[in-house]
Design a protein around this ligand. Sequence first.
Ligand SMILES: Nc1ncnc2c1ncn2[C@@H]1O[C@H](COP(=O)(O)OP(=O)(O)OP(=O)(O)O)[C@@H](O)[C@H]1O
Ligand SMILES: O=C(O)CCC(=O)C(=O)O
Ligand SMILES: [Fe+2]
Length: 877
Amino acid sequence: MAPTLPQAALAQDDSLKYRRSASPTKSGRAEKSPRSFGEKVQTAVRLRPFLNLELAKIAQWERRSEHSSYSCVEMKPDGHVTLHDPEKPNQPGRDFECTFAFDSSQPQSSQYADQSTIFEGVGADMVMHGTTGYNCCLVAYGQTGTGKTHTVHGDWQSHEHRGLLPRIAEGLFARLGKLAEGDTWRVRISYVEVYKDRLRDLLSGTRMEYESSPRSTKGALGGKGLEVRAHPEIGVFVENLQELPVESFRDVARHVARGERAKKIESTTMNNRSSRSHTIFSFKVEVRGTGHNSLSTMQVVDLAGRENEQTSECKDERFRELRFINRSLFELANCISALCDGNREHVPFRNSKLTMLLSDSLSSNSRTTLLATLTPSPTGFDENMLTCRFLESAGVGTRTTCSEVGEPVCHDGLEPLTLRLDEDSVMCYLPQLLESPSSATSCYTALAETLQRLLATVPAPPKDSSSENDRAQFYGSGSFGKGDFRFNPRWCLAGRALEDENLKEVLYLKERVEEETLRTLQGLPDECREVAHGLSEQAESLGSELEPFFNSVLVNFYLDGRAQIKWHADDENCYGPAERIVIGSVSLGAPRPFELRRTPRKGDGRNAQERRRIWLQPGSLLIMAGAMQAKWQHSLPADPTCSTPRINLTFRRIVGPRRRGEPEPSPADDQQRPKGERKQTAERAPAPTCGAGEERVVPQKEAGRVTTQPVANRFAAAEVARRLQDEIASLKPMVVEPNTPLADELTLRETLLRQFSLVWAEDGQDHEATDEVTLVQGACKQVASGLRTASETLARLEHTNHSASSALKQVGAKLSTLQRAIQAKGGVIHEAVSPATTARSEHSDGGHALRGPSGRGNAGRRLSEEKVAALKLLRLT
Ligand SMILES: Nc1ncnc2c1ncn2[C@@H]1O[C@H](COP(=O)(O)OP(=O)(O)OP(=O)(O)O)[C@@H](O)[C@H]1O
Ligand SMILES: O=C(O)CCC(=O)C(=O)O
Ligand SMILES: [Fe+2]
């Protein structure tokens, strides 16, 4: 049965097109061409049948009639695959397109793709390319137990059940046998295993054990150490790896059988013969003929299977292996993202042995096939989604990740780490803040439950995967009073009312973080303590009973690996001088990488930056101290291999608001930053701001109790506008007739939105820095009229409507900034609607309006009770 091919692939002889685009060099190595990665990569998906264990599970569901249809994957013609979320049976499913979609789920079906179908689809081409001087590479990728090894190897002994590799070997020798008379050929093979980021030669013939040190270059006892090297002429190679000459399929089979015995295979709950290592099998094919010589490499890669670290039942050594597997797959995904992003100069191949080994195949003009394996089991839906997204990212390639340059120093061990980043910046990492991994899990579960409950009360985020969705999707901040904690969820600037929450998990974590931060900072080596000036003094105040050291926390909720936070520093003025900010960051849920780079300076080349990466484990504590926020930036990059949520809590100390007279960063300052920096910084989830527009000096003690702070920045503006727009969009279909209550509400919200746009449009301008009093006046008038309309809107909307009142609070914050700005420039604040004035009006509770120096104001306008109430509210902020 032929594989299902998209029309595009049928329309042309793709192999011919490929051949024309790159010619083999004299040395046989294909030249680099401008061909983009997405173009030279083909993607294939193979769906395996249900396994007995899975069928048993389905039998259980059937009894409880929970599921009406079983397979979560639908294979369609033309390379289309649809994944159905078993939890949402009424939704249409998510479509993916690839070059080949092989359906091996039902052996009886006429569509059934057996081993020979797979070879015809993706293997035969490789043989053709390999014997005509082109490099090619096939990478089998997928969740553990989905059939990668079955597809790559199958049963070598059986003609019918042989997998791709034996079929490629067969095809290769068959083709070489048909070369013209006089042509000669030579084939050498190698077989290397990457286990826990260490290499082993599977053909070396010795029964090998790994050395204990992961950094050792000696991969095996009894054999020479293997190391990946890069050579400008010959490319990437493995030093000391054997390349054995072979002349027939039988030779290859014999060597592979021996290698397979040495391979790291263990039984896990997901697969009783699970590959715990990645293996790369290479054929080097040299052909010498009259008029042409060629040399090419064909690689067949059987990756170890990805598995969810949160749900995995793997323990001890199996779990440690799993972490290495997932990390290296993350690096592979990162490289593929970088390759797809045509603008990226650097691909982070050096971050793992696996990616280094594949770098030539992926980056030179080699033909790459990514073959992903899927399970039909509904329990595998999430993992299938990740697998398909991985393929999609290779095909579409718009994702950007942040680990593009430099050589990060990685830390993913379990031992504590203290890094003196430079003369006065220190970072300490404790992989386990809580007593045990299980207490981290239960803390995560409890907190996640509350956050999910809060999320359920606000509008869902937009479905698209636009850049808006690319950062932490939910955040909140809170502060600590005496023995309690108030949390303000902030996913909901224009959403429904949310009760403040006293999250006891946060209180508990805070106690642990303070204790550990104190201990860690006091225990720093002298030279670190001294250079990180202010640390000892700060550490002392940690012990004070009167005042907690950390008086605020920012909570980020990352739904899955797509949510990310781009490069930034937590250097808002409210934390005090950037040279001495201490932040304690707790991670719960999915492990994610965290990256550091020096704050870019003007003129820095893209590769100039020093970088670090550490993996933040669930239950870990990262302390950033000294001048770190002044000299370094951090980011939490997207992780295409992560499907589960993560919660991060950064405990901070707010020491006061933006200092008096200090201007907001002007667009001119912004221009000094390297390109690309501005947008990223603006887009990050805001820290618990102390009110960018607010100048009231908050006494230190009071700072701990400030719970609601206006978020006066462009991010918030965009967010408000977007939320309102979303709401309007969701209301529109419901409005059947004009003059209905819903239609009225819609109109009101639209008005509110317009007002916001006006108000916030001003936000990018630096009112304080300019001498243009008129500018301030203009803005002031806008705000006043925005306030008026918003108040009227509030009056007509439900009194308790949180969206309107929180929106008003922000308008209010803006208003008071402008009031002060006008005063500073000699303008006149006209308390036009003083209590005395309003006493003459029907609703005489007081209120005020604002006038610019021109004297034209809103005096005398009657204010409704609601508006007055709203204004009172505003004055509290
Ligand atoms: N297409 C298929 N037809 C029949 N059985 C299959 C198919 N694919 C996989 N299987 C069976 O599923 C089980 C798991 O397959 P396999 O070991 O190849 O998975 P894997 O993806 O390599 O797993 P890991 O990553 O853990 O090594 C095996 O018992 C295998 O025989
Ligand atoms: O999630 C993290 O680990 C980092 C969060 C962060 O940097 C921030 O919120 O400022
Ligand atoms: Fe941060």
